[in-house]
Design a protein around this ligand. Structure first.
Ligand SMILES: [Zn+2]
Length: 287
């Protein structure tokens, strides 16, 4: 929800009492759903999302893992992107999701139908995934097609499929079960850590008790601390703007094979997210 955060930040610097602008979701969705040609990021990690909303395919000879489904209208684009790279939808065996909001989980039901994959998610995301609605998110009324969860992931759990190994990192705050994942990509004689980071934005949450997620502030702080103690060579997230996808891809196309490698990026992203969170907390408590 980058747009909402920018609006909130602008309102904060200019006039704290200015009314929030209405987001034109029809327009935003159309922009986010612009097609993007799929490509290999590095190792067995491929980008198969749209221009605005990410989806990642981790491939192995024994089957593939797809992280995220984008919006409902993104599913056909993601499926086509997988096939454009030469992979078969039927070889996608596991579906994952960073969190259960409509812009990341909306395409899961259709992608599950097309691939036959099992959907694994953290326990706290199951109700929203299966109902298609986030009960403690008051800002917008867009729902996602409900999708059945086939297995529950715990913090630190390893997801293995062929030569793929992903580690689950629960990073709640943006939602109760916001889930990041990491994997190791061999590089020279060493390996690179790739982090698929769950959203870190407040995104219109009240952050005050009585709205269905009283632990949100504590969860955000714990997640920031956890990610500060995490090392990642490649920071990937689920909104293109949140990790400068277009810029990095342009560098890669121009010949920079390390365009996505930046060991300092995770820390910078966490610092920025925490600053936005702190400002939002201050704004709410000063009301
Ligand atoms: Zn979200």
């Amino acid at each position: 929800m980058m747009i909402r955060i920018l609006v909130a930040a602008a309102a904060l610097t200019v006039a704290p009492s200015a009314p929030a602008q209405q987001t034109d979701w029809v327009k935003v969705r159309a922009e986010w759903n612009q097609p993007m040609a799929p490509f290999r990021i590095l190792g067995n990690v491929h980008y198969v999302g749209t221009a605005g909303i990410s989806a990642y395919l981790l491939t192995s000879p024994q089957g593939h893992i797809l992280i995220d489904g984008g919006m409902a209208e993104s599913a056909p684009l993601i499926a086509a992107n997988i096939e454009k790279l030469g992979f078969k939808l039927a070889d996608v065996k596991i579906l994952l999701v960073n969190h259960a909001h409509w812009d990341h989980a909306g395409g899961l039901a259709e992608l599950k139908r097309r691939t036959g994959a099992r959907l694994l998610a953290s326990a706290a995301e199951v109700p929203a995934l299966e109902s298609g609605r986030s009960d403690y998110r008051p800002d917008i009324s867009i729902s996602a097609p409900g999708v059945k969860v086939d297995g529950v992931l715990k913090d630190g759990e390893e997801i293995r499929l062929g030569t793929n190994t992903l580690v689950t990192h629960l990073t709640p705050g943006h939602t109760k079960g916001c889930t990041s994942f990491s994997t190791q990509i061999p590089s020279g004689g060493d390996s690179l850590t790739v982090l698929f980071a769950c959203s870190l934005s407040v995104a219109d949450q009240p952050l005050t008790p009585g709205h269905g997620y009283d632990a949100a502030p504590a969860d955000f702080r714990a997640t920031f601390a956890k990610l500060r103690a995490t090392q990642a060579d490649v920071f990937l997230s689920f909104h293109a703007q949140q990790f400068d996808l277009a810029l990095k891809r342009a560098k890669q196309v121009a010949g920079d094979t390390e365009a996505f490698v930046d060991p300092g990026e995770l820390r910078r992203r966490v610092d920025a997210a925490q600053a936005a969170f702190d400002a939002e907390m201050q704004r709410k408590t000063n009301r």
